[in-house]
Design a binder for this molecule. Structure first.
Ligand SMILES: N[C@@H](CCC[C@H](N)C(=O)O)C(=O)O
Length: 377
């Protein structure tokens, strides 16, 4: 069943997924060019279909090319002339998976409704890396509110709904530009629960995001840690797991607890931390009434930081955009770094700038398509 176009079809039993994978490098897998390739797929047995778009292809048209392929494998009954994401089969969700530095998301075209197409319980199942598609969250592109172009909503992989997601909004910008069929430099106004966020796709494909102003007032972060006179929580003692940590709390719309050291060591070696053990203890600490994301940071120089993150609702991830922003704000407040830094995350670097003129934080980084697919709900 493998053709010259590198088409691979695996059909499993009724209780197991049938999976269709296609190379993005050829148009030969379009439905019109290979009608027999999907003939062995019986719609009732198709549990899951994925088209591999190519994680390293910079070709912005790759998503549109592959959309045609999915329509042929998931639904033989549909005409391939209808764009993939516009198919309206009952109980099938069409999605595109993206990642920003390995922080990965299932993107859903929700422009026709203000209600997310799936529930938080369904999101948990789809994010599962063994029994689902696998992702750190599900992101919906909804109609704009109050004059904005779009609204972003997101479920974490545990089903909770955060206010914002930095890597996710870069992915959303790329997703929207594909939906709108636009090319080159584009900027969008996005309504989020953290306020107005403005991502801009650059000529080089990177996405620069105006992330708005950081929130430092303890009660707004929120944290119960004792604030300073100016209401901020900077270098505050926090006991976790028998260790006294030095914590600075910053909200980028969502809460972050930033750790550079302990009472016995001013500087962390972040690779030595057992994140899976200590992360949940920070996340669920009584000092954080809305739980928290936690970043552990090592300072290489005033312009170069390294962090690892334990995310609220998602655990250890390869990157966290709001986390990297919070880290630079905290580093400035603690006098450890300048306002423009490279932040190294497990999945790669982000450029972060906290501008003095307008108090806004700017994040620049990549967002890439991984694959398109369809899944029954
Ligand atoms: N990975 C995201 C943050 C996602 C939300 C977070 N888990 C929370 O619950 O606040 C990012 O890149 O910012």
């Amino acid at each position: 069943m493998v053709t010259g176009a590198a088409k691979l079809l695996v059909s499993a039993g009724a209780d197991h997924p049938a999976l269709c994978l296609s190379s993005a490098k050829s148009n030969a897998f379009r439905s019109s060019s290979s009608p027999s390739s999907s003939a062995s797929l019986q719609p009732s047995r198709v549990q899951f279909a994925v088209v591999n778009v190519s994680s390293n292809s910079p070709n912005p048209r790759s998503l549109r090319l592959c959309s045609a392929a999915v329509s042929s494998s998931v639904s033989e009954v549909k005409s391939s002339s209808v764009p993939f994401l516009d198919h309206k089969e009952t109980n099938i969700l069409h999605f595109v998976k993206y990642h920003g530095l390995g922080n990965d998301f299932i993107l859903v075209d929700n422009r026709d409704s203000t209600v997310p197409k799936i529930t938080s319980e369904q999101a948990v199942k789809l994010c599962d890396r063994n029994f689902g598609i696998g992702a750190d969250g599900v992101i919906f592109a909804l109609p704009g509110i109050n004059g904005t172009d779009y609204t972003m909503r997101i479920f974490n992989s545990d089903g909770s709904e955060p206010e914002m997601c930095g890597n996710g909004i870069r992915c959303l910008a790329k997703f929207i530009s594909e939906l709108e069929n636009s090319q080159g430099k584009q900027s969008y106004t996005i309504h989020t629960d953290a306020g107005l966020i403005v991502p801009e796709i650059q000529e080089d494909g990177q996405v620069r995001v105006d992330m708005g102003e950081p929130i430092l007032k303890a009660s707004d972060v929120p944290t119960r840690l004792l604030p300073n006179k100016d209401q901020s929580v900077v270098k505050c003692k926090l006991d976790v797991d028998g260790v006294s940590w030095s914590a600075t709390c910053v909200s980028m719309g969502n809460p972050h607890c930033v750790i550079f050291g302990t009472n016995s060591s001013e500087n962390l070696e972040v690779d030595e931390l057992n994140l899976a053990e200590i992360g949940p203890k920070f996340e669920h600490h009584v000092m954080f009434p809305a739980r928290t994301n936690t970043e552990f940071v090592q300072v290489f120089s005033p312009m170069h930081l390294k962090m690892r993150v334990w995310e609220r609702g998602a655990g250890a991830t390869l990157a966290c955009g709001t986390g990297a922003c919070a880290v630079v704000v905290a580093a400035v407040l603690e006098g450890r770094a300048g306002r423009a830094c490279r932040v190294d995350l497990p999945g790669g670097p982000l450029q972060i700038e906290w501008r003095e003129e307008n108090n806004h934080v700017y994040m620049t980084g990549p967002a890439e398509v991984v694959f398109t697919g369809s899944v029954p709900l």
